[in-house]
Design a protein around this ligand. Structure first.
Ligand SMILES: [Zn+2]
Length: 479
């Protein structure tokens, strides 16, 4: 259990006095706030809460596709764990979702070099007829090239985008290939194709396809769509140099429009300004092939571990710390947008009172830099937090943060919520992302602890200080 404030009886006694307003506790002095942040950082480096969370969730629940009973079990499991860890208030928020569930799938090259290929349907893909479809493959180097194909020019064909993903520490090689995944099926259908296949949005050379959501063009289910493992995309490319490639695709799945998903919300209630909320996010759903260790059990372990260290302090911080394990981050929705869990939470009446938000959703790679909202640039808050995180190898970057992670987007859009970025080393992240290979053994426990250390310092200082992250940025000194 969390230790309750020992000041409480005193406060109740004093509140009867006429000068009740004067008993409001003075904020901790900045030096004291920074000292506590350093203690939290050091405790994080020996604390196993985050790893235990990741181990438990990936082992006892395993894959937890959005809108399925497994995701519901993950929410109940997490809520029980958060209660046990001593959070003040733990609740499950339930909301409607159209669930997409994978069935049998198979890809075969026909003709003179018959062979199977490894592929996985993209989330949202419609099914082929039971016996599959057979058609010739037309390869495009990019989504842009496919988008330039005239209407009707791919009638009866399978369109394939074969864009390679660049390995970058920041993960920014993902954008262009993820765009092909969401936009490819719609462009292929516009040009008349009967199916869409793509080289995986991934940097590995293993024979695992990388699944992921595609968009619902015009609100309807896209044509049958799949990702090939990277070596299989190479194979098709080599065969295509020798002559036309025909393939049979069998892709079966079901759309279950009346499903439900859940966010799990846990709070450490602010002792002075409980309505001001520091939001730490992650997402609880995963793809169905692996056990979602790096995506995103790691993030949920990190923010839970960080908040738990703060919950164990002798008194609660001035502002509320709210951990939200979002449901349904991975999937898009027919006739709507994705991020259904984040949108649901951002529509709550108290969402405009969130003072700062960030999400951990990039595996367990070490944090090498962090960025704060523009209002915090060149402030003592920024410098103090920078001093605390530096010994973990993380640098404070004074460039204003440009976003706080996928589930924070709806808060920024709806309320202008200030966001922080904790930038992790993602060099290897896309070797595993959305594949059967996303499993617990890929988590480095020491790197996970380093993440917890930085998140704990950030969350504590944001919740204990009175910094207004919405304020106008500090003007640069003029000459
Ligand atoms: Zn994720």
């Amino acid at each position: 259990m969390m230790k309750r404030s020992t000041l409480l009886p005193l406060l109740i006694a004093l509140s009867a006095a006429p000068a009740a307003a004067q008993v409001r506790e003075a904020p901790s002095a900045p030096a004291e706030i920074e000292r506590t942040a350093a203690q939290l950082r050091d405790r994080a480096l020996t604390d196993a809460t985050a790893y235990d969370f990741v181990e438990g969730l990936t082992t006892e629940i395993g894959p937890r596709l959005a809108g399925t009973p497994a995701e519901r079990r993950a929410a109940e499991w997490s809520a029980a764990r958060l209660r046990r860890l001593g959070f003040d208030r733990v609740a499950i928020e339930d909301f409607p979702l159209a669930a997409w569930v994978r069935g049998a799938e198979e890809g075969t090259i026909l003709g003179a070099s018959p062979q199977r290929v490894e592929l996985d349907a993209l989330g949202g893909s419609s099914s082929t007829p039971l016996g599959g479809i057979e058609a010739e493959v037309v390869i495009f180097p990019s989504l842009e090239a496919l988008a330039a194909a005239p209407d009707g020019s791919l009638r009866g064909k399978i369109a394939m985008v074969n864009r390679r993903m660049t390995r970058v520490q920041t993960g920014q090689g993902y954008g262009p290939v993820a765009a092909a995944r969401s936009g490819g099926p719609g462009q292929a259908a516009r040009a008349g194709a009967v199916a869409f296949i793509m080289r995986s949005a991934g940097t590995d050379s293993h024979r695992f396809p990388h699944t992921g959501a595609t968009a619902y063009p015009d609100g309807r289910q896209p044509i049958p769509s799949a990702a090939l493992s990277n070596p299989d995309a190479d194979q098709i490319e080599r065969l295509a140099r020798r002559g036309p490639v025909r393939m049979r695709l069998v892709l079966n799945s079901t759309l279950q429009p009346a499903s439900r998903s859940q966010n799990v919300v846990a709070e450490i209630r602010g002792r002075e300004r409980p309505d001001e909320v520091v939001l730490l996010g992650c997402h609880l759903d995963s793809w169905d092939q692996g056990t979602g260790a790096i995506d995103d059990a790691a993030g949920c372990g990190i923010v839970t571990g960080a908040a738990k260290l703060i919950a164990d302090l002798p008194r609660n911080p001035r502002r509320t710390i709210r951990v939200v394990l979002f449901g349904a981050e991975e999937v898009s929705q027919p006739g709507g947008q994705g991020l259904a869990g984040a949108r649901f939470h951002a529509a709550r009446a108290d969402a405009p009172r969130i003072v700062i938000a960030s999400e951990s959703d990039f595996g367990a790679g070490r944090i090498y830099s962090m960025q704060l909202p523009a209002a915090a640039a060149n402030t003592e808050f920024m410098r103090g937090l920078g001093r605390v995180i530096l010994p973990t190898g993380a640098l404070m970057d004074s460039t204003p943060a440009r976003g706080g992670g996928p589930d924070i987007g709806p808060f920024v859009a709806a309320h202008g919520t200030p966001a922080a970025t904790l930038q992790q080393d993602g060099t290897d992240y896309f070797d595993l992302h959305h594949t059967p290979d996303d499993t617990l053994d890929k988590i480095d426990p020491d790197a996970l602890k380093q993440n917890v250390a930085v998140w704990a310092a950030f969350a504590w200082m944001a919740a204990e200080s009175g910094v207004d992250f919405r304020a106008a940025p500090t003007p640069a000194p003029t000459r």
